[in-house]
Ligand binder design. Structure first.
Ligand SMILES: Cc1cc2nc3c(=O)[nH]c(=O)nc-3n(C[C@H](O)[C@H](O)[C@H](O)COP(=O)(O)OP(=O)(O)OC[C@H]3O[C@@H](n4cnc5c(N)ncnc54)[C@H](O)[C@@H]3O)c2cc1C
Length: 425
């Protein structure tokens, strides 16, 4: 009757990935008293959610949820965060792993107050990856205004180093060391949760949909950044070729998803994301016409179904059941014509619009960068949870395409699985 709760080899947990899933696993485990090491490859926490303008279905900005999590992380001495870092190697077995964590050249240290004086003197510009290259930042930059850790970072591939040194000279806080090298840390942990998430499917691979060929075709994640107040256009949705306010926009659903040549599976969130993005357009341009080309609209559950029904009632939103076969551009106006077969009427539909949004799906990050653990993957690259072996678990979109609510639920479950590994039952 009396359980022996003695921790095995080590009583701490490693969480890899600081998106919403990794943050959730970290907090759930730390707030019941376990030590957690959180490793994030970006220089900031928050993952893809930090790039969204609003969350469906409530349409609140993700910053509110992230801010609360960031405060809980900062206040919890059980959590040690490594940003700009990755796990290089894992040895050992469930209950007792030795992990090797490697940090990038973090030229800016914790003395940074984010005052920004360094930015003014930096002579180099780089494409802003946070905004999918739609604007530029200096080589020293803050990823976004509420990024955690609250400090500037330097893109080592763009920085001119000590031959320039201007940022070092202007910094009053001794926060920049351009000679700083990568660091390696070995850490013992009992369990590992992979929360490495997803990346947008590369739309240039979908030949018939014109991304990369025509400027006025963007992806759904680019739309999130255009609509965000901290995005490249400060929240104005303007078409890229001439900054015109669009009067008509088409959404192409399943751009690469449910397609045997690209992603075989449904990415779960793209229908909801496009329905949400119609509200971004509607708010700014009440008379704009919005055309959504879809195979089926997937709005799972009561709340999402209700959201879908509300959008459907909008007289300026037209839902056309048909997969888009091709797109073309008028070279003079740079308007885009979308061609599909309306499967309800059997007619070929051609619609010319100012701008097109491709609802590209989510691909697990592990598809392109192999993780160091001994993990099982399904054919699409999502990590399979092997509860029999235990020790290592996948949370959120590392495990399957999911929205934030399901990612959080799954991440909470994986915190429990990790704790169970540490506690002898
Ligand atoms: C256009 C669009 C709009 C969306 N809008 C909504 C919405 O309104 N509401 C909603 O509920 N959902 C929405 N989603 C889905 C939402 O983005 C996901 O549910 C959410 O991002 C899942 O979080 P995650 O932590 O699992 O993955 P991610 O957000 O991808 O986080 C993973 C983290 O792991 C890090 N990482 C990856 N590999 C490594 C590594 N090897 N080492 C260290 N760190 C690593 C990444 O840098 C990242 O920070 C949307 C998705 C899309 C495509």
């Amino acid at each position: 009757m009396t359980a022996d709760n003695t921790p095995l080899g080590n009583g701490s947990i490693l969480v890899v990935g600081g998106g919403i899933s990794g943050l959730t696993t970290t907090l759930e485990a730390a707030e019941v008293g376990y030590e957690v090491f959180l490793v994030e490859k970006n220089p900031y926490l928050g993952g893809r959610v930090a790039q969204l303008n609003q969350y469906f279905p409530k349409l609140c900005p993700p910053s509110c949820g992230l801010e609360i999590n960031f405060r809980r992380i900062k206040d919890n001495p059980k959590i040690k965060v490594f940003t700009s870092a990755e796990v290089e190697k894992i040895d050992g077995a469930p209950g007792n792993y030795i992990v090797t964590i490697k940090t990038n050249k973090n030229y800016v240290n914790e003395n940074c107050t984010a005052c920004g004086e360094c930015v003014a003197v930096c002579p180099v510009e780089r494409d802003n990856d946070f905004n999918f290259g739609m604007d530029k930042t200096k080589a020293i930059y803050r990823p976004f205004e509420m990024s955690l850790p609250m400090r500037f970072v330097i893109d080592a591939s763009a920085c001119k180093g000590t031959e320039c040194n201007k940022c070092v000279e202007v910094c009053k806080y001794d926060a920049i060391d351009l000679n700083r090298e990568e660091e390696t840390i070995n850490q013992q942990v009992g369990a590992i949760v992979w929360a490495t998430g997803w990346e947008p499917y590369d739309a240039t691979k979908i030949d018939n949909l014109g991304f990369g060929q025509y400027q006025n075709i963007i992806t759904n994640m680019m739309m999130e950044r255009l609509a965000s107040p901290n995005g490249p256009t400060k929240g104005k949705i303007l078409r890229p070729s001439d900054s015109k306010e669009p009067e008509s926009i088409a959404f192409v659903q399943c751009a690469g998803s449910r397609d045997e040549n690209h992603l075989q599976y449904c990415s779960y969130i793209c229908c909801m994301a496009s329905l949400k993005q119609t509200t971004y357009i509607r708010e700014r341009y009440p008379d704009a016409k919005i055309y959504i080309f879809y195979i089926d609209v997937r709005a799972p559950g009561q709340r999402y179904e209700k959201f879908y029904k509300t959008i459907k009632e909008d007289e300026n939103v037209f839902l056309i059941k048909g997969k888009v076969a091709e797109v073309s551009e008028d070279p003079e106006t740079q308007n885009i014509t979308v061609v599909a077969e309306d499967t309800m009427s059997g007619d070929k539909v051609q619609q010319t619009v100012d701008m097109v949004v491709l609802a590209t799906g989510m691909q697990p990050t592990a598809v392109n960068v192999k993780l160091p653990g001994d993990l099982k993957y399904n054919n699409d690259g999502f990590i399979i949870n092997d509860f029999e072996t235990g020790g290592m678990f996948a949370a959120g979109c590392a495990n399957k395409p999911a929205d934030v609510v399901s990612s959080n639920q799954n991440a909470t479950g994986m915190a429990l699985k990790a704790i169970q590994t540490l506690v002898r039952k």
